[in-house]
Design a protein around this ligand. Structure first.
Ligand SMILES: *[C@@H]1O[C@H](CO)[C@@H](O)[C@H](O)[C@H]1NC(C)=O
Ligand SMILES: *[C@@H]1O[C@H](CO)[C@@H](O)[C@H](O)[C@H]1NC(C)=O
Ligand SMILES: *[C@@H]1O[C@H](CO)[C@@H](O)[C@H](O)[C@H]1NC(C)=O
Ligand SMILES: *[C@@H]1O[C@H](CO)[C@@H](O)[C@H](O)[C@H]1NC(C)=O
Ligand SMILES: *[C@@H]1O[C@H](CO)[C@@H](O)[C@H](O)[C@H]1NC(C)=O
Ligand SMILES: *[C@@H]1O[C@H](CO)[C@@H](O)[C@H](O)[C@H]1NC(C)=O
Ligand SMILES: *[C@@H]1O[C@H](CO)[C@@H](O)[C@H](O)[C@H]1NC(C)=O
Length: 363
């Protein structure tokens, strides 16, 4: 057995997720994107002869789909140009693959017989919010993973059952979060909303998400750093928005925040409070591709600092180290300052004393 994919899963998920995530792949053949930690699903298409399958498999199987013999809880109906959900869904189904079709919506009882569903893949369809009944998913009391990336949703779907752990809604047209959407989702740990059209976060929009760990809001329309985010988050991705500043208090109240990505915004010194990022929990801070002229004050516990492609012209050691002594130094391992207005010979003599455990510096 080739253990490499498994090892890379562990390598990716280990440090990021720690033990907080109960990874339930249920035997699903997945590839994990090493950089994003994102599962992508292997299609069975072209791997097996469907007619052979049908001839030897005695279990019921919708004609549009394939039912792997060794994995009776899975149903593959992906990449078939389906405009409608196949009828006669076997009630044994726990993993339903419907990605890459042409679905715009579902009848209200489409999942009525699929009460054992755990993972539902609806990526790359044309789903419209107006064609998803409010009660569509509410009977799926085993559902833990819902994939709806790359669709045409304009709202976060309502009525999700309370035990859902991962919700992927990246690359839709989402502008609004209807009131109470997340109210019951206290077990949700991962919420992907990158590539949507969110502009503001209302006070109660994310209310209920008491276990949320990762929130990805990359590539939306935020002009201001959003407030009212769930206090439990440890990974917050807000790159590729249009934010000009970060107020001093906006990052207070996130005791677990470890990974903060704010690259590709329009951050300027005037808008960024000098102490906004001085949070002792931070491990990684990405401020690349902004308009900063100074290195902001960061905690000495920070390990990864990305400041490439800004307009920084001075290297002020005090941003990284308040004092330098045998016990007081910066834990930074990787520091990127390339694509700025700094030259190597401009580094002050004392930087080596401060950056004592540095692995790589790019100037
Ligand atoms: C997908 O659905 C749309 C509208 O329902 C239709 O116009 C189009 O031909 C369909 N495409 C495919 C590949 O079936
Ligand atoms: C659910 O199962 C019942 C009984 O087998 C059947 O009559 C009904 O049509 C099924 N509903 C759906 C939406 O498949
Ligand atoms: C979904 O959005 C795409 C553009 O992102 C568009 O081409 C397509 O027609 C839309 N589909 C529906 C059913 O509205
Ligand atoms: C959330 O997860 C816990 C622990 O796994 C479980 O006991 C609880 O029932 C779940 N909550 C909901 C609403 O399903
Ligand atoms: C940034 O987001 C926009 C949409 O808001 C998208 O078109 C663009 O490709 C993204 N750029 C990068 C570098 O991710
Ligand atoms: C940054 O945080 C440290 C530790 O909490 C504190 O001692 C220091 O004064 C802070 N610096 C600034 C500029 O806020
Ligand atoms: C470095 O920053 C500190 C405060 O953060 C400031 O007092 C000092 O003047 C700065 N030094 C230079 C050379 O800019």
């Amino acid at each position: 057995m080739d253990l490499r994919p498994l090892l890379s899963v562990l390598a990716v998920l280990g440090p990021v997720w720690g033990s907080t995530l109960d990874v339930d792949y249920g035997g699903v053949p997945l590839w994990i994107n090493r950089y994003l930690g994102e599962p992508s699903v292997l299609s069975l298409r072209g791997r097996m002869d469907p007619s052979w399958f049908r001839a030897v498999n005695t279990q019921s199987c919708p004609t549009e789909c394939e039912c792997p013999i060794r994995w009776p809880t899975a149903l593959y109906c992906d990449y078939r140009g389906l405009g409608e959900m196949p009828g006669g869904l076997p009630s044994r189904t726990q993993y339903l693959f419907l990605q890459g079709n042409n679905l715009t919506g579902f009848s209200p009882d489409a999942f009525a017989n699929a009460t054992r569903l755990r993972w539902l893949f609806l990526d790359r369809n044309q789903l419209l919010s107006g064609r998803l009944d409010a009660g569509l998913f509410s009977g799926l009391t085993q559902l833990v993973n819902l994939f709806m990336n790359h669709n045409n949703l304009t709202e976060v779907p309502a009525g999700l059952p309370g035990q859902v752990r991962q919700l992927r809604l990246a690359y839709n047209h989402i502008e609004t979060i209807p009131p109470g959407t997340f109210q019951n989702l206290q077990n949700l740990t991962l919420l992907l909303l990158q590539g949507n059209r969110l502009k503001v976060v209302g006070e109660s929009d994310f209310r209920g998400l008491s276990s949320l760990n990762l929130l990805d809001l990359t590539g939306n329309l935020f002009e201001k750093f959003p407030r009212h985010l769930p206090p439990s988050i440890s990974q917050l991705y807000l790159s590729n928005n249009s934010m000009v500043g970060v107020e001093g208090d906006v990052l207070q109240g996130f005791p677990s925040l470890r990974y903060l990505r704010l690259g590709r915004n329009r951050l300027r010194d005037g808008g960024v409070d000098p102490a906004a990022f001085n949070l002792s929990s931070l491990v990684e801070l990405d401020l690349s591709y902004n308009q900063l002229t100074q290195i902001p004050v960061v905690p000495t516990t920070l390990q990864y600092l990305y400041l490439e492609a800004n307009q920084i012209s001075v290297f002020n050691v005090s941003s990284l180290c308040r004092e330098v002594s045998p016990t007081a130094y910066s834990r930074i391992k990787i520091l990127r300052l390339d694509g700025n207005r700094l030259l190597h010979h401009q580094l002050p003599a004392d930087w080596v004393m401060c950056l004592r455990v540095l692995h790589h510096i790019y100037v």
